[in-house]
Design a protein around this ligand. Structure first.
Ligand SMILES: *Cc1c(COP(=O)(O)O)cnc(C)c1O
Length: 230
């Protein structure tokens, strides 16, 4: 860290406008703030962006990297508002990093995608609410289990005492019809398991996701602007 970059200091007016635009996009797709929960993803930014999100009325915050998450949480500006925040962990979670989350109150971990992670979470965070992440775009480099593995992983997570609340997916870059098919597939599997939460849709595809039945979207860029390079 070389100190705050003035170019990425939060702009409250722009953030408020962006949030309104996202809500309009949700409405255009037939959703509402009640039916679609908005998770604000501040990854790549500093703690000041968490405070800015909170100031814009957003209390569900998505984090992708354990270390960055820890650094934000200990910041005084975040500490002051933390009781009002709900943390969502949405990034790839290494088994050896679970311990760092043990004492953190995490509303939902979206990225559970393998047995070793289920086991570690069951041990360190018994009863944790989780989503099973599915690699809906079937991309080798992406997180998520295959569609074939969903049944087994849901069963294992439940057997080990985790509270499985739904499924999460990140679509591969594709045309709208293809993106829609990826989301439809996830929704169908969630239905089959009677899993309520479908965490699908990001800045670039949230309208398609809401049309497909998303009830939780994870949005970064469309609210906070382009992320600084890591
Ligand atoms: C970064 C990230 C997002 C937000 O992406 P944007 O395109 O900036 O909206 C959502 N979900 C996951 C899993 C991410 O890693």
């Amino acid at each position: 860290m070389i100190g705050p970059d003035p170019d990425i200091a939060p702009d409250p007016t722009a953030i408020a406008e962006n949030v309104e635009r996202v809500f309009n996009n949700i409405a255009d797709a037939g959703g509402s703030p009640e039916s679609v929960q908005l998770i604000a993803v501040t990854k790549g930014f500093g703690p000041e962006m968490v405070a800015a999100a909170h100031a814009a009325g957003l209390v569900d915050l998505g984090e992708s990297y354990v270390q960055e998450f820890e650094a934000k949480r200990i910041d005084a500006s975040v500490q002051a508002i933390e009781p009002e925040l709900r943390w969502h962990f949405i990034g790839r979670l290494q088994t050896n990093k679970v311990r760092s989350l043990a004492d953190v109150d995490v509303e939902l971990i979206h990225s559970v995608d393998r047995t070793s992670l289920v086991k570690e979470l069951a041990k360190r965070k018994p009863g944790q609410r989780v989503l099973i992440q599915v690699n809906i775009g079937e991309e080798e480099q992406k997180g998520g289990c295959s569609f074939d593995d969903v049944d087994g992983l849901v069963a294992r997570a439940r057997d080990s005492g985790l509270a499985v609340a739904g499924l999460m997916g990140v679509a591969r870059l594709a045309d709208d019809d293809d993106t829609r098919r990826q989301f439809d597939h996830l929704v169908a599997v969630a239905d089959r398991h009677e899993l309520v939460i479908r965490s699908i849709g990001m800045s670039g595809d949230l309208g398609i996701a809401v049309r497909a039945g998303s009830n939780m979207i994870r949005v970064g860029t469309a609210i906070f602007g382009p992320r600084p390079p890591r």
